[in-house]
Ligand binder design. Structure first.
Ligand code: VGL
Ligand code: ZN
Length: 210
């Protein structure tokens, strides 16, 4: 704990999170539909996170930390979308421009973790959830992290109030330390204040908010 406190204190001065081989950087859904102003579910300011996320990727890789990217990856029809009873405009349809990682994002080795491809809601990078039955199923993220000896995750990307929040909350439930870098996340804010409330939920779950 003392070591973590020192690490976080250091973070505050150097800007960005601290990385080591037991830390993983999880880059959540930095995709055209969220990060490009022309995107179908553009998150205000989404493009601003790209250089900050790139800086974190460089720092993480330089310190021997794992870097994992995620992609929201939906079929054309899913109850996740307004067209089929859900709350979202059609976005991140598998194989489309909107689902591609933002072209300014630093390339990272390894397959991105794709969530939602079976028509589920895939808010958390750790799990997907059938919106009809409520049944959840894990993605491969937890296994990848455990196999890599990871005990701490740094979460950046889009969107604070959905995929970033659910990823950080699941990380805490699974016993990982979680750090959220607020400068490298942006919120949808369907309701004003959703992003700030999500940050408070993450903090209440034991995440470190930088
Ligand atoms: C997301 C809304 C719908 C996200 C994904 O990546 O935060 N938000 N699908
Ligand atoms: Zn989605």
């Amino acid at each position: 704990m003392a070591e973590d406190a020192r690490k976080d204190a250091r973070d505050l001065h150097t800007a960005g999170a601290a990385y080591d081989p037991t830390t993983a950087l999880v880059v959540v859904d930095v995709q055209n539909d969220f990060a490009d102003p022309r995107g179908a579910l553009y998150v205000p300011g989404g493009e601003e996170v790209v250089p900050l996320v790139n800086r974190e990727i460089d720092r993480a890789l330089g310190a021997g930390a794992l870097v994992v990217c995620t992609q929201d990856w939906h079929p054309e029809r899913t109850p996740h979308f307004q067209t089929d009873g859900g709350i979202w405009p059609v976005h991140c349809v598998a194989g489309t421009w909107g689902a591609e990682l933002h072209p300014g994002l630093r390339a990272v080795a390894g397959e991105p973790i794709r969530k939602g491809s079976g028509g589920e809601d895939g808010y958390s990078a750790f799990s997907v959830r059938d919106p009809t039955s409520g049944a959840t199923a894990p993605t491969r993220l937890e296994r990848v992290l455990r196999e890599g000896g990871v005990r701490r995750v740094v979460v950046v990307g889009l969107a604070t109030d959905y995929c970033v929040a659910e990823t950080a909350l699941d990380a805490r439930r699974l016993g990982f330390e979680a750090v959220v870098l607020t400068e490298a996340v942006r919120a949808v804010n369907l309701q004003p204040g959703d992003g700030d409330r999500a940050i408070e939920r993450m903090r209440a779950a034991g995440a470190t908010i930088i």
